[in-house]
Design a protein around this ligand. Structure first.
Ligand code: RFL
Ligand code: PHB
Length: 389
């Protein structure tokens, strides 16, 4: 087989890149290790920046998003049983849209299928060959059938545990990592959200987040030890803990119900440099991870896709290498800013096992500064709604 770009990974990065390239007549084949149902069963991000919304529109997959997505003009931040609001609309003239990653991915699959896009599921043993040459190729297996695709470029959109990053020789890449000493226990429940906006809560018992997917589907998280397992937490225990961590005004009106999903995610900051090796380009979680405080994971994956899509367009439409040569540097400049914001917001909102009373005083002082200072709120809002591409 032959195509212009082989895209490894059928998550949001890979599908969005494939659909955008298709709008410009650039062919790709997507290789996904799992099944479509498995990919759609993963409950992940829920907050989309304006840049991602524009990209989805450009890709022609925003009809449902434009109808069902919930624009959010601000967010609540709570500590010491009080909450204050950061007004994105007033401070940045912008907003974010609440629409689940699952729905984004569903819309992208629908669009790829409608356009006859080639997606191979259940692929195993993916190997990228000759990425440093002008004629790379990818081999893989589906069941007993060994296959090969020749291509111009390979996009590594295969997440943190994929093969693409590992294909870059160890002496050609540098990795930067911070592991946080806690995780997030998340549940999804068919209950109305406790507020029409998100609540990020700093409490003496640890962080909590009240989020949502729609008017009758809530997503809540509590910080938990990394040693906890989802089965250790009954729904009752989860709701009781959440109520202790959010201001009583909200705890009193929280509507509880059975969870329909419960999982624990560890928190990590990670960046690999560079994001390009020859004709292999890394995109999204394959190149970087942020802790979810601030909802930057999916949005940062989208900015990589934007840069790579434009670089490939430049190559095919203008016969120019410039975009390709600048890809890694441009993508990383924005990635590091998202890393900084996610690290800062995580540090501000969580209880750390080794935190001293001094450290806690610093958190409260910073929260009080954020509450009182329009300049601090503006910096927070600018990052939250998304820095420009
Ligand atoms: P994905 O979504 O991980 O998709 C990668 C795809 O590649 C496939 N794959 C392979 N395919 C072929 N061959 C191989 N060798 C392969 N290895 C892997 C995988 O099956 C998968 O389908 O990466 P992508 O597309 O870059 O998208 C990134 C986002 O998914 C990610 O940044 C966010 O979901 C991060 N994240 C969250 N971000 C937020 O903004 N808010 C959140 O609330 C939030 N929650 C989360 C998250 C990530 C989580 N993970 C990764 C553990 C919760 C979790 C549990
Ligand atoms: C979510 O709704 O899953 C969500 C929202 C905001 C975050 C993280 C996760 O910062």
């Amino acid at each position: 087989m032959k195509t212009q770009t082989v895209i490894i990974g059928g998550g949001p990065s890979g599908l969005l890149l494939s659909q955008l390239l298709h709008t410009r007549g650039i062919d790709s084949i997507v290789l996904e290790r799992k099944t479509k149902d498995y990919v759609l069963g993963r409950i992940r991000a829920g907050v989309l920046e304006r840049g991602l919304v524009s990209l989805l529109r450009e890709a022609g997959v925003a009809d449902r998003l434009d109808k069902e997505g919930m624009p959010h003009d601000g967010t609540l931040i709570s500590y010491n049983d009080t909450a204050f609001r950061v007004d994105f609309a007033k401070l940045t003239n912008s907003h974010v849209v609440v629409y689940g990653q699952t729905e984004v991915t569903r819309d992208l699959y629908a669009a790829r299928e409608k356009a006859g896009g080639q997606i191979e599921f259940n692929v195993e043993d993916v190997v990228i060959h000759d990425a440093e040459s002008d004629a790379p190729y990818v081999t893989y297996r589906v069941g007993d059938d060994a296959r090969r695709i020749d291509c111009d470029f390979v996009a590594g959109c295969d997440g943190f545990h994929g093969v693409s990053r590992q294909t870059i020789p160890a002496d050609k890449r540098q990795e930067f990592e911070k592991i946080y000493p806690f995780g997030w226990l998340g549940i999804l429940s068919k209950t109305p959200p406790v507020d029409h906006e998100l609540i990020y809560a700093n409490s003496p018992r640890g962080f909590a987040l009240c989020s949502m997917r729609n008017e009758n589907l809530s997503r809540y998280y509590v910080q938990c030890p990394l040693t906890d397992k989802p089965e250790d937490w009954s729904d009752e225990a989860f709701w009781a803990e959440l109520k202790r961590r959010i201001p009583s005004e909200y705890a009193d009106k929280l509507v509880t119900g059975p969870s329909i999903e419960k999982s624990i995610a560890p928190l990590r900051s990670f960046v690999t440099e560079p994001m390009r090796w020859g004709r292999l380009f890394l995109c999204g979680d394959a190149a970087h991870i942020v802790p979810p405080t601030g909802a930057k994971g999916l949005n940062t994956a989208a900015s990589d896709v934007h840069y790579l899509y434009n670089a490939l367009r430049d190559f095919y439409e203008n016969n120019s290498q410039a975009g390709i040569d600048a890809y890694s540097e441009k993508a990383l400049a924005r990635v590091w800013k998202a890393e900084r914001f996610s690290w800062w917001f995580s540090s501000l909102m969580h209880r750390y096992p080794d935190q001293t009373e001094f450290d806690q005083k610093m958190q409260v002082a910073e929260l009080e500064f954020l509450r009182a200072s329009p300049a601090a709120q503006q910096a927070m809002a600018e990052n939250y709604v998304g820095l420009p591409y």
